[in-house]
Write a protein that binds this ligand. Structure first.
Ligand SMILES: [Zn+2]
Length: 430
């Protein structure tokens, strides 16, 4: 039930003492070996000796992804290059990638965190994990792979796509666990549905880990129902090792963030000031154990809240909510801040809605939500379609406070992506 029971259930006071000790080491390392941080410390008039309590975190500089890009390729490295054993990059939609370096110790520690996550959700030796994330420069697949091997799980390095082969692998090797993006899991479900494959009868699946894209609770429920499995939320980002930063336990009520390895802060993205407990804000993370590339106060751009109270599983590491939005995904329509995930949540809660949808933004802040609906609704009865359209429009309006135009489409009209899906088409010219 635990991979490292002592550390996972450490008393808060001891956990905080450990955080402080590791923070001081991290700050000394970053200050000594990374010119970028030396410069930042000088500008702020701070030295590593000023960090005497966890509250002093606020004296430290933030790190943005622009900082990582500006220091590409080797600028953020804190060890001699020969100590690095693995390179990953994280690419955004624009500009240079960010380089992420791992020493041998870093690889091992990232795998240890994954091992905790797997054991916490019941995956253990004897399980078969079909890893449908992209292998390569992206951290998602490899970090999970190493952690699963550490636990003794058989890992099938399937990668994404090639759906027929995925189904065959699941059948032939009796995969019990999937690591997959939510959009691909939905796609897989639709293919299996069309081919008349019943996952509960034909497969041995027990659980899935979803990651790398934001998705709603309704999407989780859909995937759980179709496959007859438990789906666990996971949170990670390449800048912080990749997957395994925070993970749900069997309670499925928020993700435990491994606080012996990261310090978490929740700030107001506009002002940079910490928000009060339970309020939503941007997650900021500081690495506590990374050797090759320590990062101080990294602005993740992910909007979350802290789930209050102790978890029934006994772990003391605090839980974060699912990602409520990304501060950059935020759409502003007629002065209202909207996250695409809010729209997804509403759509996935309506039975007649199929998996695929698109949000189109046009001149004068016109918003059209294009929705594929299930086949049964095209029965030629116009009033059904009109009622559904009104229902969707009303539900969206009450959630996002803007009345969108809703367009109903036959299934298969919108492009399907097998990897990251692009849901928002912004045609506005500013
Ligand atoms: Zn728990």
């Amino acid at each position: 039930m635990y991979w490292e029971q002592e550390i996972e259930t450490l008393h808060r006071r001891s956990l905080e003492a450990l955080q402080l000790k590791r923070l001081q080491q991290t700050v000394r390392l970053a200050h000594k070996n990374i010119p970028f941080y030396q410069k930042k410390f000088t500008e702020l008039g701070t030295t590593p000796r000023d960090i005497v309590s966890l509250k002093d975190l606020q004296k430290l500089p933030f790190t943005s992804r622009e900082d990582l890009r500006a220091n590409y390729p080797f600028g953020m490295l804190a060890v001699p290059p020969e100590e690095v054993v693995r390179l990953h990059t994280s690419s955004g939609t624009t500009g240079k990638p960010k380089a992420i370096f791992f020493s041998k110790k870093d690889i091992n520690q990232a795998a240890e965190l994954i091992a905790r996550c797997l054991i916490m959700t019941g995956t253990t030796k004897g399980d078969v994990l079909q890893n449908m994330m992209t292998y390569g420069l992206f951290t998602g697949a490899l970090v999970m792979h190493y952690g699963a091997e550490k636990v003794g799980v058989l890992v099938i390095p399937a990668g994404p796509g090639n759906t027929q082969r995925q189904i065959a692998l699941m059948q032939d090797f009796k995969s019990t666990t999937l690591h997959v993006t939510p959009s691909y899991a939905l796609y897989l479900a639709s293919v299996m549905h069309n081919e008349g494959i019943h996952p509960k009868r034909a497969l041995s699946l027990r659980r899935a880990y979803l990651g790398s894209e934001p998705y709603s609770e309704e999407t989780r429920n859909k995937i759980e129902r179709f496959f007859g499995i438990d789906v666990y939320n996971s949170y990670g980002l390449s800048e912080m090792n990749g997957p395994g930063v925070a993970f749900e336990c069997l309670e499925k009520n928020g993700m435990h963030l491994w606080e012996d390895s990261f310090i978490l802060e929740i700030i107001d993205p506009e002002t940079g000031v910490s928000v009060s407990d339970g309020e939503k804000g941007e997650l900021v993370l500081t690495t506590l154990r990374r050797e090759a590339m320590p990062i101080l106060r990294y602005r993740t751009r992910d909007i979350v809240t802290i789930i209050p109270g102790r978890c029934r599983c006994g772990r003391t590491h605090r839980r974060i909510s699912r990602i409520i939005g990304r501060s950059d995904d935020m759409i502003i329509i007629r002065g209202v801040n909207i996250f695409p995930q809010q729209i997804e949540r509403i759509l996935m809660g309506i039975k007649a809605v199929a998996q695929n949808y698109q949000i189109v933004l046009e001149a004068y802040d016109q918003m059209t939500v294009r929705v594929e609906i299930s086949k049964d609704l095209f029965d030629g009865r116009v009033e059904h379609l009109v009622n559904l359209k009104n229902e969707i429009t009303e539900k969206l309006r009450s959630e996002i406070l803007v009345r969108p135009k809703v367009e109903l489409l036959e299934p298969g009209t919108l492009p399907v992506s097998e990897g990251k899906s692009t849901r928002v088409i912004d045609k506005r010219t500013l």
